[in-house]
Design a binder for this molecule. Structure first.
Ligand SMILES: *[C@@H]1O[C@H](CO)[C@@H](O)[C@H](O)[C@H]1NC(C)=O
Ligand SMILES: *[C@@H]1O[C@H](CO)[C@@H](O)[C@H](O)[C@H]1NC(C)=O
Ligand SMILES: *[C@@H]1O[C@H](CO)[C@@H](O)[C@H](O)[C@H]1NC(C)=O
Ligand SMILES: *[C@@H]1O[C@H](CO)[C@@H](O)[C@H](O)[C@H]1NC(C)=O
Ligand SMILES: *[C@@H]1O[C@H](CO)[C@@H](O)[C@H](O)[C@H]1NC(C)=O
Ligand SMILES: *[C@@H]1O[C@H](CO)[C@@H](O)[C@H](O)[C@H]1NC(C)=O
Length: 623
C-alpha cells in the first residue's frame, strides 16, 4: 500500500492546479440537490415548442398540431387542444402539419398562429373554441415552417415583423427588413441597406416621457463588411423612432427615415471580446433601465455585458455616421420628428446607416466572462435586508441547467446551479415573472416554474444560509427563509460581509468545540482507512486536521471530501474544516480509536481502494 501515497499527493496537486485555471467565482458555488421536483412533462416531445405566459391565467405551450394550457402556479396540465392543419396538398413533405409558431395577445384577443401545412393561419381563441381569422398580414406573423429565424414585436395594437411579404416577383425575395405589419398608418419598413444577412435576436421599445421620443431597438448579428474590423459576424443594435412619420421624399415615403445602427461591443478596450450576441434582456429596474446582452466567442465561451439605455441613446444622438463626409444638416439623421423627415436627412441616414461610434458596455467591461456556454438570460432585481438593490442574472446553459449569478459589490458571483429537468435537453424557454420573482423554463419535453426565493439549497445551518450570499434568503428562527415572505427585520443576511451567525460562525476553528457534530470511530490497525465529510460549496477550501497537525489534502468527489489514511498511526481527533469568505469552521470531527475489528477493516480497505482506482482512471482519461 505504500505505493499509493505519492499517487494520492500527485492527484491533489493536479486538482488544485485545475481549480486555479478556472474562474472560481463563475463556477456555481452549490448545486441544488433537487430542483427537478418542480418539473412537469409535456404530453409529447415538441422540438419547436413556443411559449406564452398569460398575465392572468395560464402558461400556454404550442407544439405540433397542439396547444397545451398549464396552470400558471405549478405548471400542471389543465387542458390540451388539438389544432390540425386545414386541407392541404403537401403530403410527404417534411412540415405537412400545423406547427404552432405563435401564441399571444393580438388586438385584444388570445391568438394562436401555425404553419398550417405551408399555409400559415391564425385562430382567435374564443370560449375554448378556435376561430380562424381572416387577416391580410397572417404570413408576416407566422412563418411557413417552424424553427425559422425571424422577429415579431407587438406593442399595444402595433405589430412589427421581419417575415417577408408574399410576392410574385422572385427578384424581390429579398433582403430581410423590419416592418410594421399592422397598426396606425403609415406602415413603415426599414431600407434595404440597414442589415446585411441578419440573424434576429430581439426587439423592444424604450418608452420616454415625451412619447415622440419612444425608440424601437432591434438587436441582431450580421455579416461584417470588413471595412473596419476582420470578424466574419458582428453584433448590432438598430434604433428607430417609434412615432416617426416617414420621409418627405416620395420614393421612400414609407421607409423608416430614422433607422440607424451601431456595433454592440462586449469586451474591454484591451482584451478579449465576444462577437456573437445570443440573447438580450431589458431590465426596467429601480436603479434605471439597463439592457443586458449575452454574448459568446468562437469557442462558445460566454460573457454578459450591460448597457444603460441613456448611453445607447447618447451614442445615436451624437456620433457621426461612418463613411459620411461632414455636412451641416439642419436636422441630424435619427432625430424623432412629428412631421415628415426632410429629404437630405433621410438620404443621409439611408446612405450611411452605421454610426462611427460603437456601443461599449457600462464601465467599459463585462459583467462577467466564463468558459460556460450560456444560451439565454433574464435579470431580476431584489431589495435585500440591508435595503440595497441587487441584480440577479439567471442564465440557461446549453445542457439544460440554470445558473443564478448575483452582481455583488465585489463582482459577479455564481451562487447556485439549478437542474430543473429530469431529462437532459436544450432550454428553449426562459422567462422571468417579475412580480412573483419566479422563472419559467421549458425544454422540448418538460416545463418548470422555479421560485427565485427558494432557499432549500442552503437550509442546513446558519453559516450555510448566510454564506450562500443569496439576496433572496436569510436566516431566522433556525431556518433559511425567503426574505420576500418573511417580513422580519431580524432576518440575517451576509451580502457585504460582516454579519455573523450567533452561534456557529467562528473565525478561528474551536478545537474540541462541541458545536461540530462528533463521531467516535473504532478503526483497524495497519490498514488503509478513509474519513468523509460533506463538501457542497465549490468556492470553499476543505481540509483535514489531526490534533494540531494540518493534513495534506482533501479529495473531493460528488460533494464529499475524503481523507485517506494509509494506516492509522495517530489515533485521536480528526477534524474536517471549511474555509470560505475569510471564515473557517469545523464541519465535523472524528475521534479515532484503535481496537481490532476485522470485518470493518476489509470493508473500508476495499472502498478506499476502489475510490482511488476510479479517481486515477478518471484523471488519466482527462489527461
Ligand atoms: C429534496 O429531496 C429531499 C429528500 O428526498 C427532501 O427531503 C427535500 O424536501 C427535497 N427538497 C425540495 C426542495 O423538494
Ligand atoms: C387595440 O385594439 C382593440 C380592438 O380593436 C381595442 O379594443 C383596444 O382598445 C386597442 N388598444 C389600444 C391600446 O389601442
Ligand atoms: C377572407 O379574405 C379574402 C380576401 O382577403 C376573401 O376573399 C374571403 O372571402 C374572406 N373570407 C372570409 C371567411 O371572410
Ligand atoms: C390591422 O388588422 C386588423 C385586423 O385584421 C384590420 O382590420 C386593420 O385594417 C389592420 N390595420 C392596418 C392599418 O392594416
Ligand atoms: C458551439 O455551440 C454550438 C451549438 O451548441 C455547436 O453547434 C458548436 O459546435 C459549438 N462550437 C464549439 C467550438 O464548441
Ligand atoms: C453541464 O455542463 C457542465 C460543463 O459544461 C457540467 O459541469 C455540468 O455538470 C453539466 N450538467 C449536466 C446536468 O449535465
Amino acid at each position: 500500500m505504500e505505493l499509493y501515497v505519492p499517487v494520492i499527493l500527485n492527484i491533489c496537486a493536479l486538482i488544485s492546479l485545475c481549480l486555479a485555471y478556472q474562474n472560481l467565482r463563475m463556477t456555481p458555488r452549490i448545486i441544488h440537490p433537487n430542483s427537478s421536483v418542480w418539473s412537469v412533462p409535456l404530453p409529447k416531445e415538441e422540438k419547436n415548442a413556443v411559449f406564452y405566459l398569460s398575465p392572468q391565467s395560464a402558461l400556454y405551450v404550442g407544439g405540433e398540431e397542439a396547444l397545451y394550457r398549464l396552470n400558471r402556479l405549478n405548471c400542471t396540465p389543465e387542458k390540451n387542444y388539438k389544432i390540425a392543419a386545414g386541407s392541404h396538398t403537401c403530403k410527404g413533405k417534411p412540415y405537412c402539419q400545423n406547427h404552432v409558431t405563435f401564441v399571444g395577445q393580438l388586438l385584444g384577443d388570445l391568438t394562436v398562429c401555425g404553419t398550417n401545412a405551408y399555409n400559415p393561419s391564425c385562430w382567435r381563441m374564443d370560449d375554448e373554441r378556435f376561430q380562424k381569422i381572416n387577416m391580410t398580414w397572417t404570413e408576416q406573423l407566422a412563418p411557413r415552417i417552424p424553427g425559422a429565424n425571424y422577429n415579431i414585436l407587438i406593442t399595444g395594437n402595433q405589430t412589427y415583423s421581419t417575415l417577408p411579404r408574399k410576392s410574385n416577383n422572385a427578384a424581390s425575395i429579398m433582403k430581410p427588413i423590419f416592418r410594421m405589419i399592422n397598426g396606425t398608418d403609415p406602415l413603415l419598413y426599414t431600407g434595404d441597406n440597414l442589415m446585411n444577412k441578419p440573424h434576429f435576436v430581439k426587439s423592444l421599445v424604450v418608452e420616454k416621457e415625451n412619447r415622440l421620443q419612444d425608440k424601437i431597438l432591434l438587436f441582431f448579428t450580421e455579416d461584417n463588411s470588413i471595412t473596419r474590423t476582420t470578424e466574419k459576424r458582428v453584433s448590432m443594435v438598430a434604433q428607430m423612432c417609434k412615432g416617426e412619420r416617414g420621409s418627405e421624399k416620395p420614393s421612400t415615403r414609407y421607409v423608416f427615415s430614422t433607422a440607424l445602427k451601431s456595433r454592440l461591443i462586449c469586451g474591454n478596450k484591451k482584451a478579449q471580446y465576444y462577437p456573437d450576441l445570443q440573447d438580450i434582456y431589458f431590465l426596467q429596474g429601480k436603479t434605471g433601465n439597463v439592457i443586458y446582452g449575452l454574448f459568446t466567442d468562437a469557442w462558445n465561451h460566454s460573457a454578459v455585458c450591460s448597457y444603460k439605455t441613456e448611453d445607447i441613446e447618447l451614442a445615436f444622438s451624437t456620433s457621426s455616421l461612418f463613411g459620411a463626409s461632414k455636412k451641416n444638416l439642419n436636422i441630424r439623421p435619427g432625430t424623432c420628428l412629428s412631421e415628415l423627415t426632410p429629404e437630405v436627412t433621410s438620404d443621409e441616414a439611408s446612405n450611411f446607416p452605421e454610426l462611427t461610434e460603437w456601443i461599449w458596455p457600462s464601465g467599459n467591461q463585462e459583467v462577467f466572462q466564463t468558459l460556460t456556454h450560456y444560451r439565454r438570460i433574464v435579470v431580476d432585481e431584489i431589495t435585500a435586508v440591508n435595503q440595497e438593490s441587487y441584480r440577479v442574472l439567471i442564465l440557461a446553459t446549453d445542457n439544460g441547467t440554470v445558473h443564478k449569478v448575483v452582481e455583488q459589490n465585489d463582482g459577479a458571483l455564481n451562487i447556485l446551479e439549478l437542474r430543473p429537468f429530469s431529462q437532459k435537453g436544450q432550454i428553449l424557454y426562459l422567462e422571468l415573472e417579475q412580480r412573483e420573482h419566479a422563472i419559467y423554463v421549458g425544454t422540448a419535453r418538460e416545463v418548470s416554474r422555479l421560485p427565485l426565493d427558494d432557499c432549500t439549497a442552503y437550509n442546513t445551518s446558519c453559516v450555510d444560509c448566510i454564506q450562500s450570499r443569496d439576496p433572496y434568503c436569510g436566516w431566522l428562527q433556525g431556518e433559511c427563509q425567503s426574505i420576500l415572505t418573511t417580513k422580519s427585520h431580524r432576518i440575517l443576511q451576509n451580502l457585504t460581509q460582516g454579519a455573523m451567525c450567533e452561534q456557529d460562525a467562528i473565525t478561528q476553528p474551536i478545537i474540541g468545540d462541541s458545536l461540530a457534530p462528533r463521531t467516535d470511530v473504532q478503526v483497524p490497525r495497519k490498514t488503509m482507512y478513509s474519513l468523509t465529510c460533506p463538501a457542497v460549496s465549490n468556492h470553499a477550501t476543505y481540509s483535514w486536521k489531526n490534533g494540531d497537525v494540518e493534513m495534506e489534502c482533501c479529495m473531493r468527489q460528488n460533494g464529499i471530501c475524503y481523507l485517506f489514511l494509509e494506516r492509522v498511526t495517530n489515533p485521536g481527533k480528526y477534524q474536517c474544516l471549511v474555509q470560505e469568505m475569510a471564515t473557517e469552521h469545523v464541519i465535523l470531527e472524528y475521534d479515532l480509536m484503535l481496537p481490532n475489528n476485522a470485518t470493518r477493516m476489509q470493508y473500508n480497505w476495499f472502498l478506499g481502494f476502489t475510490f482511488l482506482l476510479l479517481t486515477v482512471m478518471q484523471h488519466n482519461a482527462l489527461l
